[in-house]
Design a protein around this ligand. Structure first.
Ligand code: FDP
Length: 328
């Protein structure tokens, strides 16, 4: 057993084959991610975790050794679970494991690859759907159809933030026993916050509404927002999401005018959608600036999407900047 489920886990999913399959699959993912966290904990003693393999993922990002190893560990774990299809950031196409099984899993096996060598939190993001009779149709759908989503963080603690659509829970790995135990039964994001997360080095490339919002934040108490704003940017989506879930804030990775960044950097299926699911279930909001992330139908497997999520009030404020621009 890799995770000691709370009695409430997946209670919103009708008892039967689907609930059993989901629990088995999350157990398999927890086992795999415990293994990945052990590798991360060795850091440079493992030799070359952050070394480029010479390959690139579907998006052209250079693959690191730990990206590939994490993908292999997760694939092997899912082979033992009731999973029909696996879609990974590290693989061009969907992997069919056993088409007769009931679930489809999407994952970014190692999120925050550029932080691998820096002893900064990184993680694994995942999304689970009921499989359809066709591999592509199992994933080309709205995030609102997820039956489970979440992410593991490999940091000072190894944690799992997860939802099945009935609130968001956090589990923390007890390293002595090697078991994830429930730490927070019902996470809630502060509704308002004056802390933002964005890669500010892209300022001159951003869409106008995001630039206007950040410029107003920088004006602080004497500007139109009337408050001093603080900034935090880890540069690993999972770590920034974990902080925002804990103490509020807003994360933005907007579209920008660099080549290939029209829709931002993050992928809808295995980054934005599962993060949006846990954030909404914790009382926050997640949009592409204009509409709800979970309502956006996936058009292609590795599709990118601008991502704005966190405390409800600042996410709505950013939405208002987009509306203002549309009225010009
Ligand atoms: P990384 O490339 O290091 O894997 O999705 C990938 C991601 O990191 C996110 O974890 C992170 O939020 C973002 O990209 C960082 O992008 P920038 O390097 O442009 O800041």
């Amino acid at each position: 057993m890799a995770i000691n489920f709370s009695a409430a886990f997946a209670k919103n999913i009708q008892a039967g084959e689907m609930r059993v399959a989901l629990r088995e699959t999350v157990q398999a993912l927890a086992g795999a991610c415990k293994h990945i966290s052990q590798i991360c904990a060795h850091g440079p003693l493992e030799h070359g975790l952050g070394a480029k393999t010479g390959g690139a993922n579907t998006d052209g990002d250079a693959q690191k050794a730990l990206d590939v190893r994490s993908d292999e560990i997760i694939t092997a774990a899912l082979e033992t679970a009731p999973v029909a299809y696996y879609a990974s950031e590290e693989q061009d196409d969907i992997v069919t494991l056993d088409a007769s099984k009931p679930l489809a899993v999407a994952s970014d096996p190692l999120d925050g690859s550029s932080n691998i060598d820096t002893n900064v939190s990184i993680g694994t993001v995942f999304s689970i759907f009921a499989a359809k009779d066709d591999a592509r149709r199992s994933f080309l759908r709205r995030g609102s159809e997820q039956i489970c989503g979440g992410f593991f963080v490999y940091g000072p603690q190894t944690s799992l933030v997860i939802t099945t659509g009935a609130g968001t829970q956090t589990y923390v790995l007890d390293p002595g026993r090697g078991v994830f135990e429930l730490a927070i039964a019902d996470m809630k994001i502060a509704p308002a916050s004056t802390e933002y997360a964005i890669n500010a080095s892209n300022h001159h490339h951003w869409e106008t509404p995001i630039r206007a919002f950040i410029e107003d934040c920088l004006l602080g108490a004497s500007g139109p927002l009337g408050e001093k704003y603080n900034m935090r940017w880890v540069g690993s989506l999972v770590a920034d999401a974990g902080r925002i879930l804990s103490r509020g804030g807003i994360f933005m990775y907007p579209g920008d005018n660099r080549a290939g960044y029209r829709d931002g950097r993050l992928r809808l299926l295995y980054e934005a959608a599962p993060v949006a699911f846990v954030v909404e279930q914790a009382g926050g909001a997640a949009t592409d600036g204009k509409g709800r992330i979970l309502d956006i139908p996936l058009a292609s497997l590795h599709q990118r999407i601008p991502l704005v999520f966190g405390s409800k009030t600042p996410v709505q404020m950013v939405g208002d900047y987009y509306k203002k621009q549309d009225m010009l």
